[in-house]
Design a protein around this ligand. Structure first.
Ligand SMILES: [Zn+2]
Length: 173
């Protein structure tokens, strides 16, 4: 999938749960792809696309590390969950993705019929964003819009109260 879809999906899932962790989730959601560039630039060798940066097992381990060992402000968990969401989205596509280092076999979810960059990809991304918006609205969780995560963070920390947060959450700066 394209970065825009990965980012939108991760942000939509993360924002209602932990608005302050949205940047970490977005970073994680694109990491399997940009890590390939970083590795290529740093080590100067060819990196197979959708190879070891796309192992589901690795991303789940990152999330588990965040959950059970050390989670800097919730960012590590969400970075790992973001990477896992990337895997799930790529698994919907024709190319598929590997599960872990023990097998290079590509796995598909729901038949893997989505073409990267195709219309269906954006419909799925829009659906996830739409569902997250409805869930947020229904539960009154607020903080859905990822651009205002810093206000959500202040709210989490009890620095500002709910009313103030609602008043400011549409401020752009
Ligand atoms: Zn990818």
């Amino acid at each position: 999938m394209k970065w825009i879809s990965h980012t939108a999906i991760a942000a939509a899932i993360c924002a209602p749960i932990n608005p302050a962790a949205v940047p970490a989730a977005c970073l994680g959601a694109t990491a399997p792809d940009w890590l390939e560039w970083v590795e290529r630039a740093a080590l100067g060798h060819h990196v197979k696309h959708r190879g070891h940066t796309h192992y589901l097992a690795v991303w789940l381990l990152v999330a588990a590390f965040g959950l059970f060992v050390w989670d800097f402000r919730g960012w590590i968990t969400w970075f790992g969950l973001g990477g896992s969401s990337h895997w799930l989205c790529d698994a919907l596509t024709i190319q598929g993705v590997p599960i872990g280092w023990w097998s290079d076999r590509r796995v598909h979810v729901f038949g893997g019929r989505i073409r990267t960059g195709g219309g269906a990809e954006f419909i799925i991304a829009a659906m996830v964003v739409g569902i997250a918006a409805v869930v947020t609205w229904q539960t009154g969780a607020g903080g859905f819009l990822p651009f205002f995560y810093h206000w959500g963070g202040l709210y989490d920390q009890g620095i500002i109260d709910g009313i103030e947060w609602r008043a400011h959450r549409f401020d752009f700066l």
